[in-house]
Design a protein around this ligand. Structure first.
Ligand code: SAH
Length: 249
């Protein structure tokens, strides 16, 4: 898939990154026998819908880490200078684990409310040598109110978790001012857009851009919404557990 990576992301995984992707695939297939982690098990589907899709949403970071790459190694950046990323409702680790593999200068917190999924991720991290990642069993609404995490991240990722405005309520409270939420979607309509503008504004954000693209093997329709945090999020958000999903803004 090297050519497709190059054409679509202007990037190619190193041998080590390819090995990590392969190993991740094997670990998921093995665990899937007991755990029901994902329906996507065919190698090409896994590559397209889990690996490629995860990285397409943060294309801007992949090119940045490539440019910084050489400088980075010499400077031995400290943890505090690394980009802080949180992946909300990560499931079996998507998009977070591929992002951790491909973007060197970051730390990642992978959050899910399902303990067995976080246990799986915890078992995978040392096998993939990912020491820049931690996994947390928690509801997104709770971590969004925790002072250690609220307004603490540069980037929040969220894929296939809830409606778009619910995703805005989950992500924006966790971002520092100036931070960016990446909301991964399939289709996207003008009607959804109107509701989203309203919700994002209430949360201290603005829609910076919406990218439409197609997946490279099966030509599936995809959108990524990029939400910039421009003001502090009012204290009342996120609302109590369950409310953002039941009653979206
Ligand atoms: N992001 C992954 C998984 C999507 S499935 C992927 O794209 O493959 C949705 C996941 O979100 C589930 O694992 C579910 O447990 C988690 N989830 C849903 N609502 C949540 C909430 N409020 N807090 C934490 N996790 C949540």
């Amino acid at each position: 898939m090297r050519d497709i990576w190059e054409q679509t992301l202007n990037w190619q995984p190193s041998i080590q990154e390819q090995n990590q992707f392969q190993h991740l695939y094997e670990l998921i297939i093995e665990a899937n026998r007991q755990l029901n982690l994902t329906r996507i098990t065919n190698p090409e589907d896994f590559w397209e819908k889990h690996l490629w899709d995860s990285l397409r949403g943060i294309k801007f970071l992949i090119s940045a880490s490539k440019i910084n790459g050489q400088v980075e190694e010499k400077k031995q950046r400290q943890d505090k200078e690394k980009i802080k990323i949180i992946d909300l409702g990560t499931g079996a680790g998507f998009p977070g684990i591929p992002v951790a593999i491909a973007v060197g200068n970051c730390t990642l917190n992978l959050v899910d409310s399902t303990k067995k999924k976080i246990n799986f991720i915890d078992s995978v991290l040392p096998k993939l040598n990912l020491d820049n990642v931690k996994a947390t069993t928690c509801r997104v609404e709770e971590i969004g109110r925790d002072s250690q995490h609220r307004e603490a991240y540069d980037i929040a990722l969220i894929r296939a978790v809830a409606s778009a405005s619910t995703c805005a309520e989950y992500t924006l409270p966790l971002l520092k001012q100036g931070g960016l939420a990446v909301v991964y979607r399939g289709g996207w309509t003008e009607k959804e857009n109107v509701g989203m503008i309203n919700a994002v504004e209430k949360l201290g954000g603005k829609i910076e851009s919406i990218e439409q693209f197609n997946t490279p093997l099966s030509n599936g329709d995809r959108h990524c919404l990029y939400l910039r945090k421009v003001a502090s999020t009012p204290e009342k958000f996120p609302r109590n557990v369950g409310v953002p999903a039941r009653n979206p803004l």
